[in-house]
Design a protein around this ligand. Structure first.
Ligand code: PLP
Length: 481
């Protein structure tokens, strides 16, 4: 026989309302007009189950037991749970971190022209793979190939799902079961689970490491070339830099070696700048056009890093090799989807006019914002907060923004940040902002929460101000209480 429930516990259990009783209350009836029924019902069941667990855990004082089953408290909990269940999981956030290409926050925000193209392609049917002049099936690549060739000087181009897929497809097509030469200084991990050596071996290539971690010479590659060699690969180190006693082989020298030995060369540029970043006062990143000019056969890069477009991987280079990649059956598995393709085409069209691109592609516009312009917005925000929350402690100070996305890891972009000192400590304020609506993501430095408006669109200034005021007020209310 199971232990009988002690009488004081069953007394509490009897006080817990039923689902129907809760559904009949005014508050939950109101909730049902605002939230879907499934969310409300799931929330009620969860809250009641939690309540029963609490009652059965025992050791409740009579007051705690009454608080546990108080209808008002249950209704509040149900409402919060229902709102949480009904709201989308993938939500917009305000990125006040100052990291422009924040991989976890979706990298590059898109230009209006890209958004419009995506909406048009998504809403109805399109010329995705249809040639209007012949009335026959076409290729989805025609929408971006000429643009990519014009922007990079390459003779052929091909867009896939992302840059990891581009590297994978390149190695699989050109070196499946054979050797790929790569410098030991370039066997990098880009993020999370993306490691260049793993992608190469996953694609069927046999890694043939040359040189050392800090120094690799042309002779190292030359000595390693043998009958099994199928490809020479160069990888941009992206998120770290080698300093001190270092040597690496110039792209042009590698390309020349490939030509001498009849071997294809491929360079993974990673962030794939199409505009010279020194225009923004940043260190000059190698452009895809530079690599093509240096004679590399294939160049790959991302669509959503310094290019400022949607997720995509881009391959440009020699026509015969691009054609081989396109014919690889795996190309279908890494095909670019129509929405990204529409956004990519629109972004590339903007890039044909560098001046327009700098103004209209948000990632580039953010990188180009002068510190003083960010500072002026921060001052206005500080002023508004002082009015809205009289006991706020805030000041505008110098700071640094980051490019992010594994690009230019050491480049720090001078900026001006709003520094907030919440009396309850920066950790609690950061959490309150993150859990608010809209969620606001900030940086914490020592005792301060830093808000960098470089990565906040001016259209978000008002919701950001509201979110900051709400979080700061909640903090002061707690302190007073
Ligand atoms: C970011 C990066 C990748 C991966 O690109 P995705 O578009 O995220 O797949 C590959 N190689 C290098 C060098 C990178 O910097």
């Amino acid at each position: 026989m199971p232990n009988p429930i002690p009488p004081e516990m069953s007394a509490i259990l009897r006080l817990i309302p039923s689902v129907d009783e809760l559904l009949a209350t005014a508050r939950i009836r109101g909730l049902l007009t605002a939230q879907p029924r499934w969310a409300a019902l799931e929330a009620i069941r969860e809250v009641l189950a939690e309540c029963r667990r609490g009652a059965l855990a025992g050791d409740l004082t009579p007051e705690a037991a009454r608080a546990l089953v108080a209808p008002a408290a249950l209704e509040v909990a149900v409402e919060a749970a229902a709102v949480r269940k009904a709201r989308p999981s993938l939500r917009a956030v305000i990125n006040a971190s100052g990291v422009v290409l924040h991989t976890n926050l979706g990298r590059a925000p898109l230009a209006e022209a890209a958004l419009a193209a995506i909406e048009a392609a998504a809403r109805g049917y399109s010329t995705l793979e249809f040639d209007l002049t012949t009335g026959a099936r076409g290729s989805r690549q025609v929408h971006v190939e000429d643009l990519l060739c014009a922007l990079t000087g390459a003779e052929a181009a091909f867009a896939v799902n992302n840059n990891a897929a581009a590297v994978f497809l390149g190695v699989n097509t050109l070196a499946n079961g054979r050797e790929v030469l790569i410098s030991r200084g370039e066997l990098v991990e880009i993020g999370d689970s993306f490691r260049i050596p793993d992608v190469m071996t996953g694609a069927g290539g046999r890694l043939r490491e040359v040189g050392t971690t800090n120094r690799t010479h042309l002779k190292d590659y030359e000595d390693a070339v043998g009958p099994e060699t199928a490809l020479i690969l160069k990888v941009h180190r992206s998120n770290f830099q080698l300093m001190g006693f270092t040597a690496e082989v110039e792209t042009a020298d590698l390309a020349a070696l490939g030509k001498r030995r009849g071997l294809p060369t491929m360079e993974d540029l990673g962030s794939g700048a199409l505009l010279d970043l020194s225009l923004f006062g940043l260190p000059r990143e190698p452009l895809a056009a530079d690599a093509i000019r240096a004679g590399v056969d294939l160049v790959t890069f991302s669509g959503d890093k310094l290019l400022g477009g949607p997720q995509a991987g881009i391959v440009v280079g020699r026509r015969d090799l691009v054609t081989r990649l396109r014919r690889n059956p795996l190309a279908r598995a890494v095909r670019i989807d129509k929405l990204c393709l529409a956004g990519l085409e629109a972004t590339l069209r903007l890039l044909r006019d560098p001046e327009r691109a700098r103004q209209e592609i948000p990632a580039l516009a953010m990188l180009g914002l002068p510190s003083a312009a960010v500072g002026a917005r921060a001052e206005a925000l500080a002023e508004a907060l002082r009015t809205a929350v009289p006991d706020v402690s805030c000041a505008v100070e110098d700071g640094t923004s980051e490019v992010g996305g594994g690009a230019l890891p050491l480049a720090s972009i001078p900026t001006r940040v709003l520094a907030l000192r919440g009396g309850e400590g920066p950790g609690l304020l950061e959490e309150r902002l993150r859990l608010g609506e809209p969620p606001v993501l900030v940086r914490v430095k020592e005792d301060r929460v830093l808000v960098d408006l470089r990565t906040v669109s001016p259209s978000e200034d008002a919701p950001l101000r509201e979110a900051l005021a709400t979080a700061l007020r909640a903090g002061s209310a707690r302190r007073v209480a």
